[in-house]
Ligand binder design. Structure first.
Ligand code: CA
Ligand code: CA
Length: 593
């Protein structure tokens, strides 16, 4: 196995939020009626056509907005007494609330604002952009919200670049380049002029690729004239061939960006770990580092990576709607599907669904536990139920799978949603949807350092497109120097230099750019075991203090060139001596007790 490693996709799938491109942006909420029009508006239908209808509404105390005498209908704002009076009027056939309609618009995902992409213009039409290469699982060419001008390279093993079975590469691409077209979302570069080159390395299962696949891929990016390379991927072992390829690309002027990894520990991932590649950590909507984001001295920049809304190749909706409230859930794998609009039926509680009840044509709510999902679904089917909603018995999403195919549609929802449905939805007629269209591109919110990485790659391309004469290293320095410092002051292992910011980087470049970075110190460490102690000595930095790191612990000490560490117990201890801002560290010395 030496020299071979699986490159696991750095993905954490957490939650699926947006089921259609018409969803209103949650942060802003739906537009409100103008002031003075806060009363509810209704459409009143009378038994007879003619002008008497509007007069009757006014008499009742209504404020008429539109008259449709040919239909016997009136649209009007109705205070409560007017509504009650008209409900008792024998000439009124029906009263329906007048539902709101909104202009279709792009949802701006929170991450796009957080990295200041919405504060910065792309170069004017006719001025070239930097080109971004995405090494991933392919690209949903034809998605209505992604550039149709992308180019790419097929992979004989993984598949065509213009298809994406697992959606990972398409999600990444949307964060970089989703179009400002009045629908769906926008990416960091929404003008539909950014050049994308897609190199496919993952098959439809989003499984793994070899490090040498990435070495070949970055060379394909270079051949296509790419300036920025996005790699939302990584693995724990370094590779000489891979390092050489990325170092050579950086020397040739290509800026590579990779995910720090989703294991939540301090291990370094590769290719993020090479000095020629920017390593990206994930933060959430509140700029807190994500629990899954790997934390180490190699982390260079942070970007939004929790619940990132972006493009996916398919449309998937799993929900139950009761009393006007929609509870989104997850498909229970190998269960049946509904038609696009879903099915309706009376919601009943089946308890644990540990035996078949009498549920003819009903939609059965089952609590998770004791039986397998397969047994619960089979019990509902045997009882005549037409769909199953399983709610979790612990907090969090319910991600279930059946042991074999069952034609009965089944979805899983959270414990909180299940308990709410038990209280408020039982015996109501509800709408149940478990629908998937493989070819209708839509939008989902995903989490992972995979989702943070394209924010940095996109900002790099945006800033660089405005300053195309800068080198890759100058752009990298500008991004680092203009990042919003988060967490402990200065560079740290959770956020690196901090949150990437497009406008701050451009402002810095407009002001002449960041000062040249100080030459890296070259600290040389030696360490010798002496009984239960380790004598450390080092040289090579003029700083007043240094940070001594032993595995995951850090000790701040005066830079007097020596330190004695006392060890209790056995183990393997890796030492290094770093600048206090972690800008550089010594060689590592391993002592085994
Ligand atoms: Ca859009
Ligand atoms: Ca910091």
């Amino acid at each position: 196995m030496t020299g071979v490693h699986k490159t696991a996709l750095a993905t954490t799938f957490l939650i699926v939020v947006l089921a259609g491109w018409y969803a209103a942006p949650e942060a802003q909420g739906p537009p409100q009626p103008p002031p003075g029009q806060q009363r509810r508006r209704y459409v009143v239908e009378f038994n007879q056509v003619g002008p008497g209808a509007a007069a009757a509404v006014r008499t009742a105390g209504g404020d008429v907005a539109h008259e449709f005498p040919q239909f016997g209908m009136v649209a009007a704002w109705l205070p409560e007494p007017a509504l009650a009076a008209l409900r008792n009027n024998p000439n009124v056939r029906s009263i329906e609330e007048d539902p709101l309609r909104f202009p279709f618009a792009d949802t701006v995902p929170y991450g796009i604002s957080m990295v200041q992409a919405d504060l910065v213009d792309e170069p004017a039409p006719g001025e070239p952009h930097r080109k971004v290469c995405i090494i991933d699982s392919g690209y949903s060419l034809g998605h209505p919200d992604l550039p149709g001008t992308a180019t790419g390279v097929d992979d004989v093993f993984a598949g065509p670049w213009s298809q994406d079975g697992c959606g990972h590469g398409t999600h990444v691409a949307g964060t970089i380049a989703a179009i400002g077209n009045g629908q769906g979302v926008v990416g960091v570069l929404p003008d539909n002029r950014i050049g994308l080159h897609i190199v496919r390395v993952f098959a439809d299962d989003c499984g793994w690729a070899y490090a040498s696949d990435l070495a070949a891929a970055v060379n394909q990016c270079r051949a296509a004239g790419a300036h920025v390379v996005n790699m939302s991927l990584g693995g724990p072992l370094a590779s000489t061939a891979e390092r050489n390829a990325f170092d050579a690309a950086y020397t040739a002027g290509v800026l590579s960006v990779a995910a720090a990894g989703n294991d939540g520990n301090t291990a370094i991932s590769y290719p993020a770990g090479y000095s020629s590649v920017i390593s990206v950590a994930a933060v959430d909507q509140n700029k807190a580092v994500a629990a899954f984001s790997q934390k180490n001295a190699d982390v260079e920049l942070a970007a939004p990576g929790v619940n990132v809304l972006s493009t996916v190749p398919w449309l998937e909706q799993n929900s139950v709607t009761a009393g006007g409230v929609t509870y989104n859930g997850l498909w229970i794998e190998f269960s049946g599907r509904t038609v696009a609009g879903g099915i309706t039926g009376q919601l009943v509680s089946g308890g644990l669904c540990n035996s078949a009840g009498s549920w003819p044509g009903q939609i059965v709510l089952c609590e998770r536990g004791i039986l397998t999902y397969s047994e619960k679904v089979a019990n509902v089917r045997a009882g005549g139920g037409k769909a199953v909603v399983v709610y979790n018995n612990v907090p969090g999403e319910l991600l279930g799978t059946l042991l074999s195919d069952d034609p009965t549609p089944a979805i899983g929802i959270t414990q909180a949603d299940g308990q709410l449905l038990l209280k408020t939805g039982i015996d109501q007629t509800v709408t149940f949807v478990s629908y998937r269209d493989e070819t209708a591109g839509s939008y989902e919110a995903w989490s992972g350092t995979s989702m943070a990485t394209p924010h940095v790659a996109g900002v790099a391309a945006l800033v660089w497109s405005r300053y195309p004469t800068k080198t890759a290293a100058e752009i990298r320095n500008a991004l680092n120097a203009s990042a919003e410092d988060l967490g402990p002051a200065g560079k740290d292992t959770s956020f690196g230099y901090g949150l990437v910011r497009a406008k701050a980087a451009l402002d810095l470049l407009a002001a002449g750019g960041p000062p040249a970075p100080p030459p890296p110190s070259t600290i040389t460490l030696s360490a010798v075991r002496r009984g239960k102690k380790v004598d450390l000595s080092w040289f090579g930095t003029p700083s007043s203090q240094v940070l001594i790191r032993r595995n995951n612990t850090e000790t701040l000490t005066t830079n007097d060139g020596s330190h004695t560490d006392t060890i209790s117990g056995k183990g393997t201890f890796v030492y290094e001596v770093c600048e206090t801002n972690l800008s550089s560290c010594s060689n590592r010395v391993t002592i085994v007790f």
